[in-house]
Design a protein around this ligand. Sequence first.
Ligand code: FAD
Length: 381
Amino acid sequence: MNHETALSNAKEIANTVLAPAARQNDKDSHFSSEAIGALGQSGLLALMLPAAVGGSGLGPRTFAAVTTQLAEADASVAMVYLMHVAATATIAAARPGAAVARTLHDIAGGRHLSTLAFSEAGSRSHFWSPVSRARRNGAGVLLSAKKSWVTSAGHAQSYVVSALAPTAKGPTESTLYLVPAEAPGISVAGPWDGLGMRANASAPMTLEDCEVPPELQLTDDGAGFQAMLEVVLPLFNLGATAVALGLCRAAVAGTVTHLKGARFEHLGQSLGESLPTLRAQLAAMQIDTDGLAARLDDVVDHLERPGELTMLRVLECKAAAGDTAIDVTSAAMRTCGGAAFSKHLHIERLFRDAHAGAVMAPTGDALRELIARATLGMPLF
Ligand SMILES: Cc1cc2nc3c(=O)[nH]c(=O)nc-3n(C[C@H](O)[C@H](O)[C@H](O)COP(=O)(O)OP(=O)(O)OC[C@H]3O[C@@H](n4cnc5c(N)ncnc54)[C@H](O)[C@@H]3O)c2cc1C
């Protein structure tokens, strides 16, 4: 698979599997196993996996484009996809000796969905400081933790789980583990009934004395934080930006359709023909959306050729994307009026989904704090 075929596969799945079901899945909070099956069959679940382990070995440019395409049709599925890609990269970057070959083989075969279980009830959005601590259990560990939100909870085949290392002395000395879904002691701890992203099963999960053998420890003790920063953060922020862009594009397209289709019959004009205020709002939405697309391209360029400013751009993109998605979908709500408010259009789903980005960790607020600290030359943590 190359960039073009990946994109055309994503487009095909978005049009034939995601778009027709998005409205009902949102209404029912239904996790789309059909979508994951289609992504697996098309090879997209192994998009960034190295060719040496059966993946397509494609880079951040294709990942961003595919995620944007999926998000235009259904942001819930795009979020599931982005979590899977971030988890897969973490598994693929496991320390030498980790027994992840079987998992990677299954991901390459499109049969395995993974995700990240970082956030904890105790440290909330500060995922870099888990309060759970792994306990030594022979050569392995026992994990007990309250994970507050896990996208694809109960649907993934594995979870990349963080916990403080057994002998951690500081709050960021975490370790990452691979926990198979069938491991005794890991379970979904409640339902998922969010304002938006309703079809991505971001439910809480509990680990109770969950045994993890040494070969499923992904990082060295205390090196989890480094993997979060170096492997997860760039992909997660890029993917979250792509989801936001997809939402913005869908909002612009939905608004165009409404402004062309809805009419003032007494004036003999469509809304768009009739009202310059609506045209001005649409133009502002288009400008913001294209600005976000340019920002996404810039981050991709940075990730392809990392330099001094790469981390700053990675931090900036998700903060900006979260705000832009809220702004553009809010403008779409106003522009499409009572028709949007009364759920006659899919705009209100985009508006609700758009609000997830800013509160998903690292939250927009936390990112702005980090960016300002970096700019002032202060320590980040
Ligand atoms: C749809 C969805 C899917 C999710 N999926 C996953 C997942 O798959 N895996 C996972 O690990 N987690 C996941 N999460 C959890 C997510 O990453 C956050 O941890 C969670 O949204 C934080 O919510 P909270 O109420 O605990 O925030 P709090 O930490 O209580 O934050 C409350 C407010 O304080 C602000 N704030 C917090 N810290 C700072 C700071 N340092 N500087 C400035 N402001 C700050 C926040 O921006 C926020 O506005 C998901 C969340 C959602 C909504």
